[in-house]
Design a protein around this ligand. Structure first.
Ligand SMILES: Cc1cc2nc3c(=O)[nH]c(=O)nc-3n(C[C@H](O)[C@H](O)[C@H](O)COP(=O)(O)OP(=O)(O)OC[C@H]3O[C@@H](n4cnc5c(N)ncnc54)[C@H](O)[C@@H]3O)c2cc1C
Length: 308
């Protein structure tokens, strides 16, 4: 029986593992694809203590820090969780495990645009990660769909390769952090096409154009070599929901300030929870709170869940 099983393999999961290790909880991290979303970015300039670090290096440092303590890691997918009277049963494809407490840090997966041609041209002009695939478009014309800070950051990264980068956004003004928005404004390779949606992706063997719902320079067809889709993320909350955790309309797990869900002994943190602001540092903060709450729960069973 583990004191704590953490499901997830991103920064939130391993931050929770650092605190769980220090609190000497018998801890297992079950993570499917270690690293998670932070691996999609090559420049993090807002994580306290690091003026500039790649996502990969930040993840490695957090994981190595966790491994300084006596924790176990299982690189697998957790398939289901069942709440029992005083513990949880967890299943992978091959294992059945028991834990007194569980922290869900399963993050999100990238939302699709949902237009014709998106699946057909996937990896043949349609991409979801500039860091992973931007390098294939040296001196080409590319576009990012989306208006978030992540979308703007992706566009800036693409200017290192492409000759021209459009940001296509359905609203008037992109929602990037002021410092990112300023960098976008100053970058001569970037042009924002606002109040516009991509309605279709076209091509032959590879993507060669997108159709817009508003004409750009007199035409609804915009010639492109690649389209990078950055229209948000979908929380991976099904596991938590199957254990009875309350989920909101955005599919996010609802937690309180102690990172508790409505199920005693079940905690959650990171991009999968109902936070407006989804960043590495906020996920890490909820994660360490979750580990501490798990510690309190295991050392003082049963404990009332005051906020639910
Ligand atoms: C392009 C981009 C740029 C960004 N830039 C910044 C930035 O500059 N600064 C910043 O602070 N944040 C940034 N972010 C946000 C940041 O990456 C996320 O907030 C953070 O990585 C979320 O971490 P997480 O651990 O909650 O989830 P994730 O990183 O999504 O990790 C979830 C993990 O859970 C695993 N998992 C899921 N389901 C299961 C299962 N059933 N069983 C086992 N494992 C499972 C996944 O494989 C994955 O390892 C950026 C995001 C993007 C997309």
């Amino acid at each position: 029986m583990y004191d704590l099983v953490i499901i997830g393999g991103g920064v939130a999961a391993f931050a929770a593992a650092i605190y769980a290790g220090r609190l000497q909880l018998k801890t297992l991290v079950i993570g499917e694809e270690l690293g998670g979303t932070i691996l999609l970015t090559d420049e993090i300039a807002n994580y306290p203590g690091f003026k500039k670090i790649t996502g990969l290096d930040l993840f490695r440092k957090i994981k190595e820090h966790a491994q300084d303590y006596d924790i176990e890691i299982l690189e697998k997918r957790a398939e289901s969780i069942e709440k029992q009277t005083d513990a949880f049963e967890l299943f992978t494809k091959d294992e059945k495990l028991k834990a007194k407490t569980v922290i869900i840090a399963t993050g999100t997966h990238l939302r699709k645009l949902g237009v014709p041609g998106e699946d057909e041209f996937a990896n043949r002009g349609v991409h979801y990660c500039a860091l992973c695939d931007g390098v294939f478009y040296k001196n080409k014309i590319v576009a990012v769909v989306g208006g978030s800070d992540s979308a703007a950051t992706e566009a800036l990264l693409l200017t290192e390769y492409a000759q021209k980068v459009f940001i296509i956004y359905r609203k008037e003004t992109i929602r990037a952090e002021p410092i990112t928005a300023q960098r976008v404004d100053k970058n001569e390779k970037i042009e924002i096409i606002n109040n516009t949606n991509v309605t279709e992706i076209k091509g032959e063997q590879f993507l060669n154009a997108v159709i817009l719902d508003n004409p750009y320079k007199g035409s609804n067809e915009l010639k492109l070599d690649a389209l990078f889709i950055q229209v948000g993320q979908i929380p991976l909350s099904d596991l938590a929901a199957s254990a009875g955790a309350e989920i909101n309309e955005k599919k996010e797990i609802i937690i309180n300030r102690a990172s508790e869900t409505n199920i005693p002994g079940l905690f959650a943190c990171g991009d999968v929870i109902d936070s407006k602001f989804k960043q590495a540092i906020t996920g890490v903060a909820q994660a360490v709170t979750a580990a501490n709450s798990a510690y309190e729960y295991t050392t003082n069973l049963p404990q009332p869940n005051e906020s639910f």
